[in-house]
Design a protein around this ligand. Structure first.
Ligand code: NAP
Length: 287
């Protein structure tokens, strides 16, 4: 079994690669650039992979509002070319998407299932949704895995960190923190999403899945838990989304239901707070 991991240097890619069995071929952007679709076939075909896992994405949610072409080049057109190549190779394609494919239903208050109608409210969300369809329609043996609020010890490549580290850094500078308290979702630990992905791929039960830690919280509650677990006193104030000026809109409710994943007999991902505690344990080992 030979598995190619695209975007292997990202935070999810780095936690997923060691959890996949068999022979692994990790590829960074320098080796395979999704924004250059004509290069995908020539790179992948000689490797003859059984499975291709795509952890790469254009992830700059706010910048995407003005860099529409760049976001679509990677998240939609690059993924479309990748799905075509995987279909030609007859291999499995594992692709990651996001809770940001939701948000249009502003009255939503119950967890979102895979068959709930998507409706993005940002260019990033739209570009990721546009990438889901070619994977699902062109490559029969696929997994599309929507996840949410990722944080891992490697930090999101291009963003240079993750939400946990940003909170701790700002607090350590003694600066006040204003964090939205009206957006509900499930921050998820890359180690848990990686383990769940590896288990899901082994089932061969292809399709669209939601994979996140259990439970939900607001970003303010998440920040409070970060400071509690880190033993840090911070000047943290809850605010409304309306008081946070950002180029991109975010969903007010994007809690993903994991019943379909759990229905395969796979373990319920641990609660988000336990996952955060595990992150701090892993983090302390690295420092
Ligand atoms: N981060 C989140 O909160 C979140 C939430 C929901 C879903 N997701 C999804 O989860 C997946 C993994 O995200 P992540 O947080 O692990 O992202 P990440 O840490 O930012 O990693 C993304 C990787 O993709 C690479 N990349 C960017 N553009 C590329 C291109 N044109 N060709 C090839 N590689 C390229 C980046 O390389 P460089 O470092 O060279 O730029 C980086 O190594 C993505 O599909 C993302 O949309 C993420």
């Amino acid at each position: 079994m030979k598995t190619v991991v695209i975007g292997a240097a990202g935070q999810l890619g780095r936690d997923l690669t060691p959890r996949l069995g068999g022979e692994i071929v990790p590829l960074t952007r320098a080796q395979l650039d999704l924004a250059r679709p004509e290069t995908i076939g020539p790179v992948l075909k000689p490797i003859r992979p059984d499975v291709v896992v795509n952890c790469a994405a254009y992830n700059f949610v706010d910048r995407a509002e003005t860099e529409l072409d760049a976001a679509f080049a990677v998240n939609a057109w690059g993924v479309r070319a990748l799905a075509q190549v995987c279909a030609e190779l007859g291999c499995v394609l594992v692709h990651f998407s996001t809770d940001y494919v939701f948000g249009l239903d502003t009255g939503r208050t119950t967890p979102l299932a895979e068959d709930d109608a998507p409706g993005p409210v940002s260019v990033y969300g739209l570009s990721k949704l546009a990438g889901e369809y070619p994977v699902r329609s062109l490559c029969p043996r696929h997994f599309v895995i929507r996840t949410c609020g990722l944080y891992g010890v490697w930090g999101a490549g291009g963003k240079g960190g993750n939400f946990v580290e940003t909170m701790l850094r700002v607090a350590s500078q003694g600066k006040p923190l204003r964090v939205v308290a009206d957006q509900l979702c499930t921050p998820s630990y890359t180690v848990d999403v990686a383990a769940a992905t590896a288990a899901l791929v082994r089932t061969q039960a292809f399709g669209l899945y939601h994979v996140v830690n259990d439970g939900h919280c607001t970003w303010h509650e998440f920040a409070r838990a970060i400071f509690e677990l880190a033993g840090v006193t911070a000047d943290l104030t809850p605010i409304a989304s309306a008081d946070w000026v950002a180029p991109a809109r975010r969903p007010s409710y994007s809690v993903l239901m994991t019943a379909k994943y759990v229905g395969l007999g796979l373990p319920v991902p641990r609660p988000w707070r336990a996952a955060l505690a595990a992150y701090f344990q892993e983090r302390s080992k690295k420092s």
